[in-house]
Design a protein around this ligand. Structure first.
Ligand code: PEP
Ligand code: MG
Length: 541
């Protein structure tokens, strides 16, 4: 038995077999004596890779249709591209290096070349060339050509997990996350909370200490993970899992009840989701609506932009399943820790303050308009609202409204049914807080994003694990900002919610109610806990 302590991002407990997640490593350069033999290895790996892609294509056609499966055909063709193959072969022959290294280097070079192109389609190939190169390397190394596949519910142990890596995992098979790095405010941590999954970050272990298949207990209450637990530890885990289940059952009694204080003040409690597949958790936990649909997760963990049709289907499904309850779709908030290679974004020194969210949407209108079209079309199927992230100026709102107008005209001319829904903005920069009186006159509602608002107000990178102890969302500055935003919104008759993680902070609910916050949007697993807390509060006291 071996235990490690870490920072807990979701208070829950799980026990199950370990699955170690290894990130793609750069192949090591080795000098070879026999280039012909190396060439043969390469040819063999190419054949295996093409065969795998053919099988993936056939499987994908059945599961997701021909259009989405086409990516595997593109990958097959790329593996036959003479320029790419010549570059690899040349490097093996002239530099006498191993095939893995030649493939890796060529993949990186071609990827950079594609990323620098102005055409969006070509830019998107940057990720594809990296992907086929990684497959080739895996086959050269004799590993299975497929990426990390979970065969049973497991405790994932990783060095670190990016949001896009997390999205590629099969959610039903994740019992818990344990990562060596990672901050408690990162999007991976948020995803864990959203999925109800016990998770520990900043666990000082080396991946060699974790063995695939060995049992682990992840205790999010005590912030501890134990490998190969002894009988006592297993008993403790089993008992705590049982107790947690019982507590959850007690909370079930609150379903269908109002979020109302003892003295009659009501507040809406909504849920945050990352994809339409999370709506099951929203309904199970009886949330009054979806206060934040992080639409960028539709763009992560894949190799090309989601089409208008794909997005339309996802938003329509959300609207329909929520059957008249509010669904607030936040437009694309990509950038910073949420990266998708096919966007071809440059590496930045300071990505949290960089090219992200609405800045990308306003400067790449083709991406933004596709999303707006999908949302406006889906809006006729239920109670959808749109929300724009990372706003800092009134001019941005004016520009957004002009684009919405363009999209509306386009749909009108094409005779496509649509509806322009309620439109709001996120208040998550100090700039937006300070001009919230002006912004309130331009939009229908505000939703305060306390994760970013805390980061920008306290000048603390939410991704930086070393700063977790300084990241204080209870800071008086943040709380005063929330109050100011609520007052400014109400002055102009607009409603205001909070959708950052702070909304689920049970110590602050009373304060938010006193301020007059109209809505709190939280991880689905927190909805009933919040309802319980609200129903115990008496503001008059
Ligand atoms: C926030 O910043 O508080 C927020 C809700 O958005 P995200 O966490 O996705 O940046
Ligand atoms: Mg944010």
């Amino acid at each position: 038995m071996q235990s490690f302590e870490g920072k807990s991002v979701y208070k829950g407990i799980a026990m199950g077999p370990i699955a170690v997640f290894h990130r793609r490593q750069q192949a090591k350069r080795k000098r070879i004596d026999n280039p012909d033999a190396e060439m043969e290895r390469l040819e063999y790996a190419l054949e295996v890779s093409k065969q795998q892609l053919g099988e993936l294509y056939d499987k994908a056609v059945v599961q997701v249709g021909k259009v989405s499966a086409a990516i595997f055909e593109v990958h097959q063709m790329m593996l036959e591209d003479e320029d790419y193959l010549e570059a690899v072969r040349n490097m093996i022959r002239t530099e006498r290096v191993n095939a893995e290294y030649a493939v890796c280097m060529t993949g990186d070079n071609f990827s950079e070349m594609f990323a620098a192109m102005s055409d969006d389609y070509m830019k998107a190939r940057a990720a594809d060339v990296l992907d086929i190169s990684a497959r080739l390397v895996r086959n050269l190394e004799g590993q299975s050509g497929e990426q990390f596949v979970l065969t049973e519910p497991s405790v994932i142990v990783a060095e670190d997990l990016s949001p896009s890596e997390t999205m590629q995992l099969d959610k039903d098979k994740i019992l818990a996350f344990v990562t060596v790095h990672g901050s408690t405010n990162s999007h991976t941590a948020i995803l864990a909370r959203m999925m109800n999954i016990p998770a520990l970050v900043g666990v000082p272990l080396s991946l060699e200490q974790a063995r695939n298949g060995e049992i682990a207990v992840v205790d999010g209450f005590g912030g501890k993970v134990t490998f190969a637990p002894d009988a006592d530890m297993r008993k403790y885990a089993e008992q705590t899992i049982r107790e947690e289940r019982e507590k959850m059952l007690l909370l079930q009694e609150l379903k269908g009840k109002d979020n109302v204080t003892l003295d009659g003040q009501k507040i809406n409690v909504y849920a945050n989701i990352g994809s339409a597949s999370d709506i099951g958790y929203v309904l199970e936990n009886d949330a009054g609506g979806i206060g934040l649909f992080r639409s960028e997760f539709l763009y992560l963990g894949r190799e090309s932009f989601p089409t208008e049709e794909e997005q339309f289907e996802a938003y329509k499904q959300a609207a329909r399943m929520m059957a008249g309850r509010k669904v607030i779709i936040r437009t694309l908030d990509i950038g910073a820790d949420k990266q998708a290679e096919y966007f071809g974004l440059d590496k930045e020194e300071n990505p949290a303050m960089g090219y992200r969210a609405i800045r990308i949407c306003l400067s790449r209108p083709e991406i933004f308009k596709t999303q707006l079209r999908a949302i406006l079309r889906a809006a006729i199927y239920g109670n959808i609202s749109i929300m724009y992230p990372m706003i800092i100026a009134t001019e941005e709102v004016t520009q957004i409204m002009a684009m919405v107008e363009d999209v509306k005209q386009e749909l009108e001319e094409q005779g496509i049914q649509y509806k322009v829904p309620e439109q709001g903005i996120m208040i998550e920069t100090p700039a937006a807080v300070m001009i919230s009186d002006k912004l309130a006159q331009m939009v229908d509602f505000f939703s305060i994003g306390t994760n970013d608002l805390t980061q920008y107000t306290l000048a603390i990178d939410r991704q930086n694990e070393k700063l977790d102890e300084f990241y204080n969302p209870h800071h008086e500055a943040v709380l005063r900002m929330i109050k100011l935003v609520v007052d400014n919104a109400h002055q102009y008759g607009k409603w205001v919610g909070i959708c950052g993680e702070l909304a689920a902070d049970l110590q602050l609910v009373e304060r938010f109610l006193e301020m007059g916050v109209d809505e709190l949007s939280v991880a689905p697993s927190m909805v009933l806990k919040l309802r319980k807390k609200i129903r115990e509060i008496c503001l008059r006291d």
